[in-house]
Ligand binder design. Structure first.
Ligand code: SAM
Length: 439
């Protein structure tokens, strides 16, 4: 085998740099990883680098700051990405350091920036010589040691004065793979048996009957019956939504921010496919993902592009027995699965997000039938998007009351319930059940 091919060659480094650079310019990592260059036998290597770079962020950003005499220009963010990828290979992967350096230097040439190959060569070789001292110099820097942007740590600290450090640390750990078994096709115990036959180690989740937790992540194609719809990948905290919404067969149900459709599909599976389900999302491209998931699982729903702050068209007519609002949010509860959040989120985002959440809640409420229930959900651990948002809603809507969630998971908040990242293998989710008082 040619040197470097086992750990990916020059092309893999170029591709990883392009993906990382796309995230720098605002694209989500899961979206950027759909680039054609990622596909193929080096996909696991490229994915490992890209996820790793954002898990390590901003530690390597600080290291680069020390290693560069002057900062790179904004137009050379691809070279910054290439350097980040190299530091990750050297520090955290079993890539021989000389291979990481050589392939990175060649990658800069392949990217049409030969001037950067000299720079990277010198910078990475210096890092190999002085890594101990350079890493030690970061010891006093909280941002580098916690691997979390300072402004996000500050938000965690304000929200959870006692447990913030544990939450930051849990957000930096790699999350395991959790499956949701499609009961319409197979019983969870029988699926566990199928996994055992393939020597895939898994165990049932203690609180969620359809959730199985795998000991080791693996590509979905290796899961028995994945393409036939026997299982889906879904965090256990996300699986709480369908349990809490508790839709009955025949109910008209609206999932107002539905893409890529994980919770919509789970709702349908639990009702044997017998819901009049309307899945709406603002993003037409992401809406297509709902259709693909429905098809793989053998389910049907009405899928529409739409804005939950302004219900229109067929989905905006009539009333629903159940509404799920899985609102756009800071995603501070899912950083362990989506470490790119550390780069994508900006301090000012929260104001716009809480405003959208409020407008969605107010616009959807008239669509709920008297006696019906709206489940408000976020994957945030910040009170302004969660219990404070719900408190404001209850003040504005006198025909609404909260149904407390009695559960053996999460923490009761002033309103609603919160899971925290890492708790029983779950991500950080917030849920509140809002009932419409029959008039
Ligand atoms: C947290 S994700 C939903 C995840 C989904 N419920 C699932 O379980 O697969 C939030 C979604 O809200 C959508 N969104 C954002 N603003 C919206 C709006 N004003 N109206 C409808 N959808 C919106 C985003 O496109 C995104 O797909």
């Amino acid at each position: 085998m040619a040197e470097g091919s086992k750990q990916g060659g020059v092309e893999s480094r170029v591709c990883a740099a392009r993906v990382i650079d796309a995230v720098y310019s605002g694209r989500s990592l899961s979206d950027a990883l759909a680039m054609p260059c990622v596909q193929g036998s080096h996909q696991p290597f490229i994915q490992a680098i890209c996820y790793g770079v954002f898990r390590e962020f901003p530690r390597h950003k600080h290291l680069l700051g020390h290693l560069l005499n002057k900062p790179l220009k904004p137009a050379d963010s691809d070279i910054d990405a290439l350097a980040q990828a190299a530091l990750y290979q050297i520090d955290c992967m079993r890539v021989p350091p000389h291979a990481a350096v050589n392939e990175t230097v060649q990658a800069a040439r392949r990217m049409g920036k030969p001037w950067a190959s000299n720079l990277l060569n010198a910078l990475l070789r210096r890092y190999l010589r002085e890594s101990e001292a350079l890493n030690a110099s970061l010891n006093g820097d909280e941002e580098a040691t916690l691997r979390m942007p300072a402004w996000l740590t500050q938000r965690f600290r304000q929200a959870w004065p006692d447990g913030w450090r544990g939450l930051v640390e849990a957000s930096g750990r790699q999350a395991g793979l959790t499956l949701r078994v499609n009961r319409m096709k197979i019983d969870p115990k029988a699926y566990l048996q199928l996994l055992a036959e393939k020597e895939i180690l898994a165990h049932p989740h203690p609180q969620l009957s359809e959730a199985l937790m795998l000991d080791r992540a693996l590509p979905v194609e290796l899961l028995p019956g994945f393409s036939e719809g026997l299982v889906s990948v879904q965090d256990a905290g996300a699986q709480l939504a369908a349990v809490l919404l508790d839709a009955a067969r025949g109910d008209r149900v609206l999932d107002a921010c539905a893409a890529p459709g994980g919770k919509s599909c789970h709702l349908l599976e639990r009702a044997g496919g017998e819901l009049d389900l309307w899945a709406v999302d603002l993003d037409a491209v992401r809406l297509q993902r709902i259709r693909e998931n429905l098809e793989r699982l053998g389910l049907t729903a009405h899928c529409s592009t739409g804005d939950a702050t302004e219900p229109t068209g067929d989905w905006g007519q009539g009333t629903y027995q159940r509404i799920l609002l899985d609102a756009p949010c800071s995603a501070t509860g899912v950083i362990r699965r989506h470490p790119d959040i550390k780069v994508l989120r900006k301090p000012g985002d929260l104001t716009a997000l809480t405003d959208t959440q409020r407008r969605c809640l107010d616009a959807l409420w008239p669509l709920l039938a008297p006696g019906g229930m709206l489940l408000y959900a976020t994957c945030s651990i910040l009170p302004e998007e969660n219990e404070l948002q719900v408190a404001g809603f209850l003040e504005r809507h006198l025909d609404a009351r909260e149904r407390p969630i009695e559960a053996d998971w999460g923490l009761a908040r002033a309103s609603g319930r919160q899971t925290l990242p890492g708790e029983n293998g779950m991500d950080g989710f917030y849920y509140a059940c809002l009932e419409k008082i029959p008039g």
